[in-house]
Write a protein that binds this ligand. Structure first.
Ligand SMILES: Cc1ncc(COP(=O)(O)O)c(C=O)c1O
Length: 404
């Protein structure tokens, strides 16, 4: 008799954004005249930059000609892309990472969900609270957690590392030591960043306890202030204790094209076993490579023109972030994030839960955001807005919120 993976039954309800989508659809069905502005999901809205489109066209043409047609891509990525990543994202910034330590993929979500497969199911994970839900849910599916406790909103057997207004939404080093530590900075959902000194503290902690840090740097391109590390490999000793995930989604608008990569330094070990060959084995067995045309588009991101064009896009989104932060503050909200990250994190008004605030904003301003508790119990009482919307709509959303 076939049996299911019962760990899936521990997962409560639907994925956060499906639940929000359903609520908005119901509202729109009842109020077809409403002009709803979506500042909830973290999806980009600007079209792909011209230099990247040019590379896509050229690659498509190559695929239609016998002497330049390409079939399966190398499992770990084409050298032309891995070389550019290693050089421009790491070596030129003082990080010792070689091209063969880069594993190209179709995005950071899959990588940060799949990486746990190469670790034993008896590892204890540590996650920020609130947190990007994929880290926790993928470990639940793998059986690395206990049951979900509806009262606390937490899974048993997971170390939650609170990120609060008091600690600037940057977790303290936990007293109970996790084997696998998920960190994401700049952070989704809070928009917080970690200084290099703080991150060095985490690297030292992980090394002292033989833990592995799984560092999600999907938003590094949004860092605008000095002193904030773009990569964990800026820290001494990180090659021996950290994996890093990167994404082209928010950096270059690839949410629909799909491209990302994972970095695993060769000396990184768990229990005396190197992780690099394990991930190479996993990748080679379960993944057939990101498409050639998309990897060529990725290569164009690193060209001089490509860099200039994506920088302009990021600056444009961060212009939205400034409008949201200022608009909310003018309306009397307590706000953080939005400086080195495209996310603005606001405290909901006293006397309301974050889901009540969601309904309030949808009904009174026709603006959609994301309730903080959707990212874990530590997000309760907070709300996330994103800077990825259209400029006029973002301005209008702030005007509507101010006039409620
Ligand atoms: C923290 C974080 N990591 C990873 C991802 C997923 O990135 P990708 O589109 O490359 O799968 C997201 C997307 O929202 C994210 O917020």
């Amino acid at each position: 008799m076939a049996r299911i993976n019962e760990n899936y039954l521990k997962l409560p309800g639907s994925y956060l954004f499906s639940a929000i989508g359903e609520k908005v659809r119901r509202y729109e069905a009842l109020h077809p005249e409403a002009d709803v502005i979506r500042l909830g999901i973290g999806d980009v809205t600007l079209p792909i930059a011209p230099k990247i489109i040019e590379a896509l066209h050229a690659a498509v043409t190559e695929m239609g000609e016998a002497d330049s047609f390409r079939g399966y891509a190398p499992d770990l990525g084409y050298d032309f892309l891995r070389n550019e990543i290693a050089r421009k994202d790491y070596q030129e910034k003082g990080c010792r990472i070689s091209p063969d330590e880069i594993f190209v993929s179709d995005g950071a979500k899959c990588d940060c969900a799949n990486i746990q497969e190469i670790f034993g199911t008896d590892n204890v994970i540590g996650v920020c609270d609130p947190v990007y839900p994929v880290y926790v849910d993928s470990n639940v599916m793998a059986g690395r957690t206990g049951e979900y406790d509806a009262c606390s909103g937490r899974y048993r057997g997971v170390i939650y590392m609170p990120c609060t207004a008091e600690n600037g939404f940057v977790p303290e080093l936990p007293a109970e030591v996790p084997d696998l530590i998920y960190l994401c900075f700049p952070n989704n959902p809070t928009g917080a960043v970690m200084t290099k000194e703080k991150l060095q503290g985490w690297v030292d902690y992980a090394k002292a306890h033989d833990s592995v840090i799984l560092y999600d740097a999907a938003y590094e391109a949004y860092i605008s202030e000095p002193g904030i590390p773009h990569s964990i490999y800026e820290c001494d000793g990180a090659r021996e204790c950290a994996v890093e995930f990167r994404s082209f989604s928010k950096t270059a608008g690839f949410t629909g094209l799909r491209l990302g990569f994972t970095v695993i330094p060769k000396e990184l070990e768990a229990g005396g076993i190197r992780l690099h060959p394990l991930w190479a084995r996993r990748h080679g067995t379960k993944y057939n490579g990101a498409p050639y045309i998309i990897q060529r588009a990725g290569e164009a991101v690193y060209s001089e023109k490509g860099q200039q064009q994506i920088r302009e896009q990021i600056a444009w989104y961060m212009g939205n972030a400034g409008i949201i932060s200022e608009g909310l503050q003018a309306a009397g909200y307590r706000v953080s994030g939005g400086v080195n990250a495209p996310y603005i994190w606001l405290a909901v008004p006293e006397g309301m839960t974050d889901w009540e605030f969601f309904d309030f904003l949808l009904e009174k301003a026709n603006v959609v955001g994301t309730p903080g508790s959707g990212f874990g119990p530590g997000g309760a009482g907070y709300f996330r807005l994103t800077a990825f919307g259209n400029r006029e709509k973002t301005i209008e959303a702030m005007e509507r919120i101010r006039s409620i």
